[in-house]
Ligand binder design. Structure first.
Ligand SMILES: Cc1cc2nc3c(=O)[nH]c(=O)nc-3n(C[C@H](O)[C@H](O)[C@H](O)COP(=O)(O)O)c2cc1C
Length: 218
């Protein structure tokens, strides 16, 4: 029995293309993995604090010196996000491309959870090891333009960033579901793009297993 943590960085409404694709992934995952638990962390609903000076001093002291009252409260905010992330076996990140990158709320969440000693550790000067190794990540992302070919491909900093930062924590991206070019086409063609992505999402959800299980099945 595994836990899938769904990190949702789209504010809605639910008819949004991104959320429809993510919902299709989750629905098919539940059908095909009935023993698993799916937990959704809706970043907009839950709220995510930005890192403050108090968070930074709590991080610097953590495990070394006693925290004062404000630092203890700040660390509790970090811990509330870290604990479910570290406890999960698989991840789904839902993130539209906004201004070439991820929505700011997702960046704020990432700033809280990329913590030395918890999700990665330093192994030497300039070297580190991800501590969430062996866990798979599926990404659902949408964008108005087409980023699969130059010149726009070099400005794709949403999926590429997620691949990098989760990879830094040891997580392996095993599925990327993208609906793109939606601002360039007529509404009915936009719906075709979304439907295609929904089919892709459902297929990915059916076989969304730990990387080593995927390699064994190949
Ligand atoms: C604030 C904002 C910034 C956006 N920035 C980009 C962008 O940099 N590149 C792009 O191709 N599309 C961009 N888009 C378009 C969204 O990626 C696209 O509208 C969205 O993925 C459609 O999905 P939705 O219906 O789930 O919102 C932006 C949309 C918003 C609202």
């Amino acid at each position: 029995m595994a836990t899938l943590l769904h990190l949702n960085a789209h504010p809605g409404p639910t008819r949004s293309a991104t959320l429809r694709i993510a919902d299709a992934f989750v629905a098919r995952y539940r059908e095909t993995h009935p023993a698993d638990t799916v937990t959704t962390l809706d970043l907009y609903r839950e709220g995510v604090p930005y890192l403050t000076a108090t968070h930074l001093s709590a991080m610097a002291k953590q495990g070394r010196t006693a925290l004062n009252e404000a630092e203890t409260a700040a660390w509790a905010e970090i811990d509330a996000r870290l604990t479910p992330l570290c406890a999960a076996d698989k991840y789904l990140v839902t993130a539209p491309m906004w201004n070439f990158g991820v929505p700011a709320i997702l960046k704020a969440y990432i700033d809280l959870v990329v913590q030395a000693g918890y999700t990665f550790r330093f192994t030497g000067p300039g070297a580190s090891l991800g501590l969430l190794a062996g866990r798979p990540l599926a990404i659902v992302s949408t964008r108005g333009g087409n980023y699969d070919v130059p010149p726009l491909s070099r400005y794709e900093m949403c999926v590429r960033y997620l691949e990098h930062i989760f990879g830094f924590m040891g997580v392996e991206v095993t599925a990327v579901i993208i609906a793109e070019g939606m601002a360039l086409v007529a509404p009915h063609e936009r719906e075709e793009i979304v439907q295609e992505a929904i089919i892709h999402a459902e297929r990915a959800a059916e076989r969304f297993d730990a990387p080593q299980q995927l390699r064994r099945a190949a």
